[in-house]
Design a protein around this ligand. Sequence first.
Ligand code: HEM
Length: 158
Amino acid sequence: MQKKVLAIAMIAMSSFAFVSCNKDDDQPAAPQTLYERLGGKNAISAVVDQFIANVAADPKMKRTFQPLLDDVAKGNTARVTSLRNNLIDQIGQASGGPEKYMGKDMVTAHKGMKITDDEFNSLVADLVASLNKFSVPSKEQGELLSVLGGLKGQIVNQ
Ligand code: HEM
């Protein structure tokens, strides 16, 4: 009788061990980073390209971006390409991607421009228009804007 009990106990324990070792199934999927949910580098690049086009066409951006636009009009695209690549890296890094932002810090990049609140809001609206064009869901838009919005104090009034 004792042997039978022991045998049952051993079977019970071994099946428990089998179940508890079965780790590949039923694991909740790792949460996706904002970078992954945005669609990675290609999707971020498309958003940045449209964003730059929106900024270039926005009269409220003229005061600060005119020198860059003048360069482009003369066929010199080095500066706008550098801004584009820096923005892709900055957004990539801020959203959890592998990119590394190597540009100037935000205070240095905007020093002397005396960017106003109104100009900052207009630039954010140009970004939102691009995010909407690519149907980025409002949750992801909110997360991205909250990361970038956190930089406002380093950009406005420098
Ligand atoms: C969250 C908001 C913003 C972010 C993330 C951002 C990001 C950047 C970055 C990464 C650069 C390039 C830095 C480098 O060259 O190393 C830059 C440059 C610049 N930013 Fe911003 N910026 C923001 C807001 C603004 C606003 C509101 C304005 C003006 C209304 C502005 C005007 C400029 C201008 C004129 C340049 C220099 C472009 C050039 O001539 O090369 N930025 N910004």
